[in-house]
Design a protein around this ligand. Sequence first.
Ligand SMILES: Cc1cc2nc3c(=O)[nH]c(=O)nc-3n(C[C@H](O)[C@H](O)[C@H](O)COP(=O)(O)O)c2cc1C
Length: 206
Amino acid sequence: MRMTLAITGASGAVYGLRLLMRLTQARVETHLIVSKAARVVLAEEEGLVLPDRPSDWQQVLRTRGIDVRFVHCWGEEDWHAPCASGSSAPRAMAVVPCSMGTLARIAQGISGNLIERAADVALKEGFPLVLVPRETPLSVIHLENMLRAARAGACVLPAAPGFYHRPERLEELVDFVVERILAQLGMQHAGKKIVWQGGEHERKVD
Ligand SMILES: Cc1cc2nc3c(=O)[nH]c(=O)nc-3n(C[C@H](O)[C@H](O)[C@H](O)COP(=O)(O)O)c2cc1C
């Protein structure tokens, strides 16, 4: 299995990192694109400094326990990456977290960088595309862009964890969102999943 994961410059970089961890644990060949703004956020929120060259990212990701054998790293202008073309793109993509800027450009089909182009390819090919926006409050522009992206076929999955499973740790909140993303990508069997138990507050493990 192959997929494209884009991390953009919204708050919540931890969601993208955790998803990358889960994908590689499930041995999913992951094509990773990180925007310039996301590298700033990763440094601020996670203390993770990705070098300028994508070819140097693997050694940094390895320090976070990510199995880099399954990660291909691409820059925003690596137009020869497989995800830039419908004939070679992985058949699923997630943008986690998704900034309002990237959301707007995807919703408008701008394709000005590899993230936007890969999303455009996913939409035109009918591949699953999960966008995880993070902003609050939301303007009319943000809401209209989400609607436009959803109408074009994207799944808009806000980084809004539930609390009904009574989380005790930050990781549980992060995992709540990540499991929802995996489920949307058809990968719910990649490991643990949280399901609504009708008030029993149970965490179900596959
Ligand atoms: C620490 C930090 C947190 C940010 N949080 C958000 C956010 O939650 N949502 C958002 O849309 N933009 C946020 N931004 C602003 C974006 O990074 C900025 O709009 C950038 O141009 C997005 O570029 P990208 O879409 O290419 O990643 C944040 C920036 C920084 C430095």
